[in-house]
Design a protein around this ligand. Sequence first.
Ligand code: ADP
Ligand code: ZN
Length: 739
Amino acid sequence: MFADVIIDISAEALDRTFQYRIPEILREQVKLGTPVSVPFGRNKKLRQGYVVNISAEPSFDPSKIKEIVKVEKNLVSIKSQSIQLAGFIRDRYGTTMNEALKTVIPVKKKIKNLEEVFLTLRVDEEEARARLSEYRRKNHKAKERLLEAICDNEVVTSRDAKHELNISKSTIDALVKDGVINVDRERKYRNVVSDNVDNSAGEKVLNTEQQFIVDDFKKEYMSGVRRPYYIYGITGSGKTEVYINIIKDVVAQGKQVIVLIPEISLTFQTVARFKNVFGDRVSVLHSKLSEGERYDQYDRAQRGELDIMIGPRSALFTPFSDLGLIVMDEEHDGGYISDRSPKYHSDEVALFRAEMTGASVVFGSATPSVKAYLKMQKGIYKTYRLDKRAGNAKLPSVSVVDLREEFRSGNRSILSELLQEKICDRLNKGEQTILFLNRRGYASFVSCRNCGNVIQCSHCDISLKAHKDYSGRIRKLMCHYCGDTVPMPEKCPKCGKPYIGTFGMGTQKVEEMLQKRLPNARIMRMDADTTAGKRGHERIIEEFRAGRADILIGTQMIVKGHDFPGVTLVAALAADMSMFDNDYQSMERTFQLLHQASGRAGRGDKEGEVIIQTYSPDNYVIKSVKAQDPSIFYENELAYRNLMSYPPYQYLLMINISGNSKSYVEKLCSKLAGWINKNYEGIKLIGPNLDLITKRNDKYVMDMYLKSEEQERLIGLKEDIQKEVEGSRLPVRIQFEIK
Ligand code: ADP
Ligand code: ZN
């Protein structure tokens, strides 16, 4: 028998398998996904790798095929399903099989099992008591202490013996040797789910709309239908309650469920609610767990000791053997797209895994991605709507403040008159306020504080990005799509006033300013600086929820999915900050953020209020949020995307080329551009603009974009490009992303 092995070395060029003979003695152990050691290269050094294929026939001269040396017992084996998933990721996102395999095994190394050691009597109690007197007589204090405790309690753990009775291991050994006690070991899992379940949650009686979804899903599921669904329900409409009830039905079929949430900071709340219902059959998997904790959860899933795994995108790769459902909450969230290579999109991987294993997928959000919205319109996703808030909570009222007018009337601070008034009102009433700044695109686009005009590319309908010189002054504005460059204007081209500049202010500054103005307010700040550590997010969120501050200031992370019953005022300090990023999704992100934020106000019994400060009150995003009518946004946005040939109407393949040498990067870019233009009719190439090579982490980086109506064509092209780049033998790295 022969095995194709992926060698575990990071050299990207080696994206292929090597064949080895499976020796007789290993035949039982070597299976698909088994980690092995094999001799590799000229010096036959031992390397680790994974078996990805097994065949009876050799694919070349058998006399030249080396043998697998051993099975790597300390590495986790890969399920054959995961190998298929890795194959999908490699083909779809342009990465090596090795890297794709690393992605699908969230846990690689086996970590030593934890044990609980139980000490019990080996003899009957009478005899034990006799021994006890003997130890007492002989003044064997430690033995006496331990035996007495075991006599009194029947069982004592070695941990208690050590910490509470101050007993050393040698004392335990001595009692074993005396034949008085037994030592039993039991595997113990590292506990990753906090024990304080959310008791206030309790089980809810579903309302009619919720019950309809649960019944309809169940009916289809029981009759064998597997497909993607979308629960499009406003914030607070009770989507999580629906997931829980759907999951109950799937779990009752003996199947397992993966529940994806966009980021770690949301796990805590979600897990507490699930634990209420499903108890110990729920666990979590995320990057802030220790290696041992992660390994244990992975292993429990593999052993069938769990029904539900909750976590951010990597939980998608939980090794369940009979997966029945994947739930993806807050589908629109950017956290679902991997930020490192391979840059996989969780929705696509979820759909692939579900199809492969015969599972359904349930997406949910109050603000679906534009991509998902179109799929709902086309009926690819079966859509359920939830248009009312569950329980009695009412929708908040939304007001928009025109910052241009504030500026003209002499208010130069970031807090409008209206907002200041409302904050003071909340302080007086003892209610809470959330203020947030969206720092994406921070200080990157240039606008006029007087009229709100944002300087845009005359060719692309996308904002120009400021480029600072070495002294920090902005001299040039550039379009990152077509590369057009204009000098930084002195005056606003629209209103002629000189109040033009980049836009922005950090959360820390807002905090300082607010504290000065409201010395008695208790203010908390949550951003990347204040949330370091394993439970940084949780701590701040829990403290704020518990009412230990009046005002929470933060970046977009505070408005994502959290449930704060005491908050009655939410304000976006500068809604525009993310509207003019330089890609086609900036309006979508802004809409989602503002809409989600408004959902944070008034989740308790009190009515909530939302204030949106903006320089562009007439923008359709702002109008849609103000009217609390998402269809205004989706209709405008779909029309715009269609007009501009952006996804989801056309697809973009982003090619990212990087290397240590600027000239090699340039050379490859030009070469590829020529090659694509010559060979691929109907595929539009944007870039490269060689003036825009930037330096990131000491590497020269350049992006190129290809556009096509057919996603499949771009995937095929990606492979051709990869071959072309390998053929060129230039020392550059190439990465792809399909949008
Ligand atoms: P979503 O996930 O749609 O934002 P949640 O599931 O978090 O909504 O529900 C919002 C709030 O409403 C929660 O506090 C939840 O406990 C409560 N809730 C949900 N369904 C019901 C129901 N049927 N009856 C009463 N309260 C409910
Ligand atoms: Zn342009």
